[in-house]
Design a protein around this ligand. Sequence first.
Ligand SMILES: *[C@@H]1O[C@H](CO)[C@@H](O)[C@H](O)[C@H]1NC(C)=O
Ligand SMILES: *[C@@H]1O[C@H](CO)[C@@H](O)[C@H](O)[C@H]1NC(C)=O
Ligand SMILES: *[C@@H]1O[C@H](CO)[C@@H](O)[C@H](O)[C@H]1NC(C)=O
Ligand SMILES: *[C@@H]1O[C@H](CO)[C@@H](O)[C@H](O)[C@H]1NC(C)=O
Ligand SMILES: *[C@@H]1O[C@H](CO)[C@@H](O)[C@H](O)[C@H]1NC(C)=O
Ligand SMILES: *[C@@H]1O[C@H](CO)[C@@H](O)[C@H](O)[C@H]1NC(C)=O
Ligand SMILES: *[C@@H]1O[C@H](CO)[C@@H](O)[C@H](O)[C@H]1NC(C)=O
Ligand SMILES: *[C@@H]1O[C@H](CO)[C@@H](O)[C@H](O)[C@H]1NC(C)=O
Ligand SMILES: *[C@@H]1O[C@H](CO)[C@@H](O)[C@H](O)[C@H]1NC(C)=O
Ligand SMILES: CC(=O)N[C@H]1CO[C@H](CO)[C@@H](O)[C@@H]1O
Length: 711
Amino acid sequence: MGKWLVLVVMLLLVVVSLTLSMEAAGVTYDGRSLLIENQRKILFSGSIHYPRSTPQMWPALIEKAKEGGLNVIQTYVFWSLHEPQPGQYDFSGRYDLVKFIKEIQAQGLYVCLRIGPYIESEWTYGGFPFWLHDVPGIVYRTNNEPFKLYMQKFTAKIVSMMKSEGLYASQGGPIILSQIENEYQNIQKSFGEEGSQYVDWAAKMAVGLQTGVPWVMCKQTDAPDPVINTCNGMKCGETFTGPNSPDKPALWTENWTSFYQVYGGEPYIRSAEDIAFHVTLFIARKNGSYVNYYMYHGGTNFGRTSSAYVITSYYDQAPLDEYGLLRQPKWGHLKELHSAIKSCSATLLQGMQRNFSLGPFQEGYVFEEEGGGECAAFLVNDDNVNVFTVQFRNRSYQLPPKSISILPDCQNVTFNTATVNTKNNRRVINPVQAFSSADEWEQFLDEIPNFDETLLISNSLLEHMNLTKDKTDYLWYTIRFEHDLPCTESVLHVQSAAHVVHAFADGTYIGGAHGSHDVKSFTLQVPVTLNEGTTNISILSVMVGLPDSGAFLERRFAGLTTVEIQCREESYDLTNSTWGYQVGLVGEQLDIYQEANSSSTQWSQLGNITNQRLIWYKSVFDSPDGNDPLTLNLETMGKGEAWVNGESIGRYWISFHDSKDQPSQTLYHVPRSFLKDSGNVLVLFEEEGGNPLDISLNTVSTTNSEDNLSK
Ligand SMILES: *[C@@H]1O[C@H](CO)[C@@H](O)[C@H](O)[C@H]1NC(C)=O
Ligand SMILES: *[C@@H]1O[C@H](CO)[C@@H](O)[C@H](O)[C@H]1NC(C)=O
Ligand SMILES: *[C@@H]1O[C@H](CO)[C@@H](O)[C@H](O)[C@H]1NC(C)=O
Ligand SMILES: *[C@@H]1O[C@H](CO)[C@@H](O)[C@H](O)[C@H]1NC(C)=O
Ligand SMILES: *[C@@H]1O[C@H](CO)[C@@H](O)[C@H](O)[C@H]1NC(C)=O
Ligand SMILES: *[C@@H]1O[C@H](CO)[C@@H](O)[C@H](O)[C@H]1NC(C)=O
Ligand SMILES: *[C@@H]1O[C@H](CO)[C@@H](O)[C@H](O)[C@H]1NC(C)=O
Ligand SMILES: *[C@@H]1O[C@H](CO)[C@@H](O)[C@H](O)[C@H]1NC(C)=O
Ligand SMILES: *[C@@H]1O[C@H](CO)[C@@H](O)[C@H](O)[C@H]1NC(C)=O
Ligand SMILES: CC(=O)N[C@H]1CO[C@H](CO)[C@@H](O)[C@@H]1O
């Protein structure tokens, strides 16, 4: 017995010491940096969102991030994908968070996991599953019991999933940071004292989950201890007010490499030089030790996942473009910056920082170990126009306009943020498949419901999202307009707080209108021919993604707000008349884009395609040879959605032009993994009369083939 006892005690000791050493192997921080296994690090991080690419793409994306000098991959967690119904979870395919994290770990990188679970991220409903809307008494993101219940439940679910897979750094895994909430300070004022209580609750709740790695709150100056407040923005070297305690490091969780794009908007091009300048300034001036590129790879908003008016392609201007190809010189220039900083990271992390003036718009930062050890310097020229020559330690340096020179040894310049050595590349789009033969298309005309055919009736204009529950973009409002008096020069007047309307009278299209990202409400005013007696008016209200930001998201109103018929003689306000509703389209009810159902649908030969509205098109194609990424050029279409083998590749909206009269997006990514060798089914739903005969399938490559890092 005695021997057994000794053995048990020894085993216990082993367990205890293992536990202790595991804790020591976790992540801590002080005023200078994060410490991973007690080692200080300067960390370069990049956002890659797993559902915005495919599991087949993940290994190459992570490899290119690593090759570009990153040591951390940052991702949000997408609640709406993972919990489509309360308590029903989905972590399969593109939603396989654990697989994504394990791939990052396999390549030797760390992970920053931004759980949120509010994420904004230009994701429909800011990442919230829509069922939250129908939880009685709920008010999102404040000190509200029903909301806190579901937020805590999901957060705890993710944390326990990560723990059970051993993925926190404290367990030997790759996750070194976690985020709770997201840019809450933007809306906190709307909630007054309840908002502050919520911040405290969220911090305590998160810390209580005991991950063994620090939590951050981004853009939350008053993040409660021990949660670290971090900076999001383009110029954190200038704007960050600093950590809210001397014991917290300066972390930059979102440095925007570009900006998301909306329909009607143009791409935001941020130069490699400008990004490099601000990253370097953050490290030099703010003692920054963690910088995350938002996005490093943006990817694709597949399906109906993008938020209101946001285009399907996401941050295509990032260092890795939508297709995962290197965008040069951005990728190469930042790679050089990372290597220059890493060559002196020990000095930066151990040295004392001092700053000094070198001219009216010029300053220097030196990091030097005490007692005159290693030394690293940054020489900043903030003059936008002029080259400036400075003297530093008895040497003369020419500083190009708006630039920072990095001197890892306080002597030699190894990198200047404005001096780009990487060659530009250009994207090459090669058509490999046309769809111009009418014989190879079939069509299915969707139905325009009349009031008598709609089942849901109400004496007012109902709210759009509450009816569709985000299961579809489409909601029909139908009415029987009856009048016996003459009505001449009649005009239908519709005001909408959704995104698009298409109006029909007795099944004939009479007109449409749309709003934009920044102008939420819009009107349609079109002549309408009225019958004597009854006219069937059917108005299709369309949303292009749900809103993703702002306070009181649960109370947002979309859909028609007023409808009037104006005659010369009199006007009729139909707002409080009896309306019939149909949620979604007939094609959607048939799951027409699913291969399996495709054959059972009443497809017919392609007819006269001119000006056909609300029509489904189907064709079949073989997979092009090779491994180059593929894209559909939908330039001749109008507005709708596209599916390949039942997988939605996203909404398209070609007819909405920007200020230069160009569509915001014509190319739509078709991931290789969606395809079979032959017999791939392409389905398009077209709202506005676009022409499918002139679309094409294309390969995507770049002018420098080595940019694809293919081995
Ligand atoms: C950076 O660290 C130095 C100590 O090395 C400190 O004196 C200085 O105030 C810090 N700067 C900022 C902006 O926090
Ligand atoms: C050093 O930096 C601080 C903070 O930015 C600034 O107030 C101060 O003027 C700088 N010192 C010199 C000598 O430039
Ligand atoms: C710069 O030169 C002066 C005199 O020539 C010398 O005293 C000083 O030590 C030098 N400084 C450095 C940093 O080399
Ligand atoms: C740095 O500068 C010194 C002095 O000019 C020179 O001797 C040395 O070779 C340089 N080192 C590098 C790595 O260029
Ligand atoms: C949503 O619709 C339900 C009926 O389906 C109704 O009871 C509820 O009041 C509506 N909520 C809002 C916010 O309009
Ligand atoms: C209006 O709709 C009803 C029900 O579908 C239909 O019977 C009637 O013929 C329609 N009226 C016109 C003028 O098309
Ligand atoms: C419609 O009904 C609402 C609610 O009863 C009322 O506030 C509004 O004034 C009515 N509008 C019209 C045009 O009658
Ligand atoms: C369409 O096919 C899917 C399986 O691919 C099936 O789950 C669904 O019920 C079908 N829908 C209809 C309307 O037949
Ligand atoms: C197709 O429809 C348009 C407009 O409805 C018409 O002008 C054109 O003649 C039609 N073409 C054919 C081949 O029927
Ligand atoms: C928080 C922050 O730094 N925001 C900045 C982001 O970048 C834009 C454009 O440069 C600035 O206007 C914001 O102030």
